[in-house]
Design a protein around this ligand. Structure first.
Ligand SMILES: Nc1ncnc2c1ncn2[C@@H]1O[C@H](COP(=O)(O)OP(=O)(O)OP(=O)(O)O)[C@@H](O)[C@H]1O
Length: 673
């Protein structure tokens, strides 16, 4: 029995068989003697660990039966495929010519390396490889580190470490150091240069604690990042400077119908058709929104180089649109939806009254109107309630529209409610809607009220002073709670509404008369804006007149018709009880009734006579007696006839279908000179 060889029982890495473990003394002592029945794998491992190249093998009687030479064995056998065979089957043939040279040309380096690296307490994982990097022999540590890989089939180094760099021929350095990551661990790989006698090289793997620890945190981060990338619907890939794919996400794999193993660690050109990733990684020139055909489908892709310290480290590729036909389909859908939305908005606009007035249309020359306009423009972009105060026809609705159009709600509904025009019984259902079956004759499905229609937009409560007290209480609740309930309905509905109210009455006087709720008054009176009557802002009249006249010329296509300076002066000096509406109506009547190109002061006066003090709008009280109604109609007709005929009584009487004496009588009766 070999004296220098000590045997102990040890479980071989994962194999489940108990084999004697040989402890050989370091090189320099007499060659140890081992029983011939010792498994050859164990002998090879022990020799490598000790730094020795040979040992003596004992026969059945303990005599020396021969020498086992590791280098000779590896040269003849290649990979250790049957590690359990007894070593005595692999003794060096004594007839073999002894090599003229030492077994390895660089034997000293070889042995020193073996000794230094394998005899340390934490023996590194090691493999002997042939010139093609086929693993000839691996130690237990290595096999334990890669239990799945060592299944008896021939293996190469790169099978263990997919990122393992390819061997470069003519590599001048005797030892290469590589850091290689395989999935969850990081290895430092040291590779000795190829041995001169063609046996191969020694490859050492080290899972350095420091690297592993530092890397653990980094790997966790990478893992998290990978998960984030996998969530992305865009296909993503990363290649390094050599064009090797280092990272891909799930979408990328699905688009290319690849597995992670088939892509990561491979040259991109070997895996992806029509790729240009390797070019971008090499040149550092980005390619954005380019077409690429993948499996017959057109994709839009971007390839962006990754730079660090001015050096291009690789590139990231992104499939922006998965399939161009899909994008076209989506684009068409968006276009169709946009058209539908536009049509809906238009019909909603019609339904909710046209809001054509903006602040550009509001003429303001006099100080009082400039003040009103400025105040309105400042309040418009807010969502505060605005209360417009002014006589009839001063332009309260024009202001309300302009405010809406300057507010962030300009593309939302603008709903006008004339509170004086709705009967007391209907006002609630008009404002808040009603539920199905709320009353006899209620529409199926109920009906949305004005507040519901105006949701997200603006509600313009015109003539708010005429609102019945009961409805005022409901309105107050809506303004406070910002929610409505349909008449006869169950449950409330939140509404987001901007309120603009207007009145030509003295609201405070109504509060004192208990005709208007005090609390509602304060709710509405957030930004009060007084629009002055036209008689208090005569400076605006010429500008308004010019604006309306130009408008009429355009509408009727008659540019030649003009007012004399005297006629203009008459208009500017008139008191305009009907305000802007009256001014507009007088000008319109003048334009349409008078046929002459130059319109005189007298002709305008006749028109003014006919229009009367209501500004052309019938006032119920004025019309309440038949006599008053007849008088107004006769005045208007006479005034218009005289204006058209340029004060020619005979022609005017003819136009009116009455005799000249009757015309004179009527003119005197109505004090028309
Ligand atoms: N500043 C303005 N610039 C141009 N046109 C105006 C202006 N203000 C009023 N108008 C014209 O006068 C008409 C009457 O205005 P609007 O209906 O807004 O008055 P109102 O104060 O709301 O009247 P009411 O109280 O009778 O409802 C409008 O149709 C518009 O043509």
């Amino acid at each position: 029995m070999a004296s220098a060889a000590r045997c102990s029982l040890k479980r071989a890495g994962g194999a489940g068989i108990l084999v004697p473990m040989l402890n050989l003394s370091p090189s320099g002592e007499a060659a140890p003697l081992v029983p011939g029945t010792t498994p050859v794998g164990q002998v090879v491992e022990a020799l490598l660990a000790s730094g020795r190249a040979t040992l003596q093998v004992a026969g059945p009687g303990g005599e020396v039966a021969g020498t086992f030479d590791l280098v000779d064995y590896l040269r003849r056998k290649g990979p250790v495929e049957a590690p359990h065979e007894p070593v005595q089957l692999h003794l060096q043939d004594p007839l073999d010519e002894a090599p003229a040279q030492p077994p390895l040309a660089d034997g000293r380096l070889w042995r020193e390396l073996l000794h230094a690296l394998l005899s340390s307490p934490d023996k590194p994982m090691a493999a002997l490889v042939d010139p093609d990097e086929r693993i000839l022999f691996s130690n237990t540590q290595l096999r334990q580190a890669f239990p799945d890989a060592f299944d008896g089939r021939p293996l190469r180094i790169r099978d263990l470490l997919p990122g393992h760099p390819q061997r470069r021929d003519g590599d001048a350095s005797p030892i290469s150091f590589w850091y290689v990551q395989n999935r969850e661990r990081c290895f430092m790989v040291l590779k000795t240069r190829a041995c001169a006698d063609g046996v191969g090289a020694l490859v050492l793997f080290e899972l350095t604690a420091q690297l592993a620890q530092g890397h653990k945190a980094a790997l966790d981060e990478v893992d998290l990042l990978k998960r984030v990338l996998d969530i992305s619907v865009e296909g993503l890939q990363v290649v390094d400077a050599r064009g090797v794919i280092t990272l891909v996400n799930e979408s990328f794999l699905q688009i290319h119908k690849l597995s992670r193993e088939e892509s990561e660690g491979h040259l991109v050109t070997d895996v992806i058709e029509n790729t240009r990733m390797h070019i971008v990684a090499r040149t550092g020139v980005p390619e954005v929104d380019e077409f690429q055909t993948i499996s017959g489908h057109a994709y839009v892709v971007s390839r962006i180089p990754i730079f660090k310290d001015g050096k291009c480290l690789g590139a990231v590729g992104k499939i922006v649109f998965q399939d161009f036909r899909e994008i076209q389909r989506l684009a068409e859908k968006v276009k169709r939806l946009q058209m539908e939305l536009e049509a809906l908005r238009k019909s909603q606009g019609k339904q909710h009254r046209d809001t054509r007035f903006t602040f550009d249309d509001i003429v303001a020359v006099s100080d009082s109107s400039v003040l009103a306009k400025e105040r309105a423009m400042m309040g418009a972009p807010t969502s505060s309630t605005i209360l417009l105060l002014g006589e009839s026809g001063v332009g309260k609705e024009v202001y309300a529209q302009a405010i809406h159009n300057l507010s962030p709600r300009h593309d939302r509904p603008f709903v006008r409610v004339n509170c004086s025009a709705i009967t007391e019984t209907l006002i609630e259902s008009e404002l808040f809607g009603y539920a199905e079956g709320a009353f006899t004759g209620a529409k199926k499905g109920g009906r949305a009220g004005k507040f519901e229609q105006a949701n997200t937009g603006t509600i313009f409560l015109d003539e708010i002073g005429d609102m019945p007290l009961e409805a005022q209480a409901k309105l107050l609740r809506v303004l406070q709670e910002r929610e409505i309930d349909r008449v006869g309905g169950e449950g409330t509905m939140p509404v987001d509404i901007r309120v603009i109210a207007a009145t030509n009455q003295d609201l405070w006087a109504l509060v004192e008369q208990k005709k208007f709720r005090r609390d509602l008054f304060f709710r509405l009176n957030v930004i009060p804006i007084v629009i002055p009557p036209l008689r208090e802002r005569p400076a605006d009249i010429p500008a308004l007149g010019t604006l309306f006249w130009a408008d009429l010329q355009k509408t009727h296509g008659v540019a030649a018709k003009v007012l004399t300076e005297k006629a203009k002066r008459l208009l500017a000096e008139y008191t305009w009880p009907g305000n802007i509406r009256e001014l507009r109506n007088v000008l319109e009547r003048t334009f349409t009734i008078v046929r002459d190109d130059r319109i005189s002061e007298d002709q305008v006066r006749m028109i003014l006579l006919g229009v009367g003090s209501t500004g052309g709008r019938l006032n119920e009280q004025d019309e309440s007696t038949l006599d008053r109604t007849v008088e107004k109609a006769e005045r208007r007709a006479i005034g218009f006839a005289l204006a058209r005929t340029n004060n020619n009584k005979a022609q005017a009487a003819k136009l009116l279908g009455i005799s000249r004496p009757l015309l004179y009588r009527k003119m005197s009766q109505y004090d028309i000179s």
